[in-house]
Design a protein. Structure first.
Length: 296
């Protein structure tokens, strides 16, 4: 019988090792990401036949990840299918990538239906391009950064756990500035930002802080995702400060991502303005994600 339980910091090393065995590209495949969203999506984990399986709620649907790691992947999925079918329930596998569909097609041909949603696709960028912003397409971003640097009264520094309070105050300013359009999704985002700041060390996250004069105007938080990709989970800046967003984007990449070929900046959730902003940075590719539904 597969046993699911909530995530705890003591699980991080085992969890991360299973992820590294698959070397996954999608932003959901990190311990920190799942821990941060565990309250909102009810994330739980199970260890089955040397593999990791995650369970979570996506609206009214109970979803699972495909078994992750170098263990008996098919045996673990067979056990999950048997468990759910015994209860008369379908099995929904979410956040699948193309390689997962190929594996499912080989091992379970004709047994499931596939769906996809463009809003969930991750944006992956060249670290070199985000670092230099060279070329005509980035002219506007270089101009915004130049305006930010006017007066030469700025600095960037690494975030430490004791900085949580200062970053929380910037989050309060961000919420105040967005009061007229505040919604449940933004409240969830605020919630996971606060959890990340309170647990920076335990989640083994990197953070960077950007100042204009003596005022904190932006911060960013991320971590290595796989052997060639770094993922940026959080980026917050005061929109009232010209150039703060492109500046924190570039500075965080320059200080934290240079050992990686790519930077994953997660999805746009279908938000038009965010999609426009992410596309403006010229992604190298999008990580397409899929859902497979096995009937009961």
């Amino acid at each position: 019988m597969i046993q699911f339980k909530g995530l705890s910091f003591s699980d991080r090393e085992w969890f991360t090792q299973r992820m590294l065995e698959d070397d996954r590209q999608a932003c959901e495949y990190s311990f920190a990401n799942n821990y941060l969203w565990s309250d909102i999506y009810g994330v739980e984990m199970a260890k089955e036949q040397g593999c990791l399986i995650l369970r979570f709620q996506d609206q009214d649907t109970c979803c699972y990840t495909i078994p992750i790691g170098a263990g008996d992947r098919k045996g673990a999925l067979d056990a999950l299918l048997a468990l759910e079918r015994a209860q008369g329930r379908p099995v929904v596998l979410n956040t699948l990538v193309k390689a997962d569909l190929e594996w499912l097609g080989h091992n379970y041909p004709g047994q499931y239906e596939v769906e996809t949603n463009r809003d969930d696709y991750d944006y992956v960028y060249s670290t070199e391009k985000l670092s230099t912003l060279a070329g005509r397409k980035f002219h506007g971003k270089r101009n915004h950064i130049a305006r930010f640097k006017d007066g030469n009264n700025w600095h960037y520094r690494e975030m430490i756990p004791d900085d949580a309070g200062e970053c929380m105050r910037l989050l309060d300013l961000w919420k105040e500035s967005a009061a007229e359009k505040w919604n449940d999704e933004m409240e969830n985002e605020l919630h996971i930002n606060r959890i990340a700041l309170r647990n920076l060390a335990d989640l083994v996250l990197d953070g960077g802080m950007l100042y204009k004069g003596q005022k904190l105007v932006a911060f960013s938080i991320g971590e290595p995702l796989n052997t060639d990709t770094y993922v940026v989970h959080i980026e917050k800046a005061l929109a009232s400060v010209q150039g703060a967003y492109p500046m924190i984007n570039q500075q965080f990449v320059l200080h934290n991502c240079q050992n990686y070929k790519y930077v994953n900046r997660e999805e746009d959730t279908g938000e038009e303005g965010l999609r426009k902003a992410k596309l403006s940075y010229q992604p190298e590719f999008l990580v397409e994600k899929y859902q497979a539904r096995f009937q009961a």
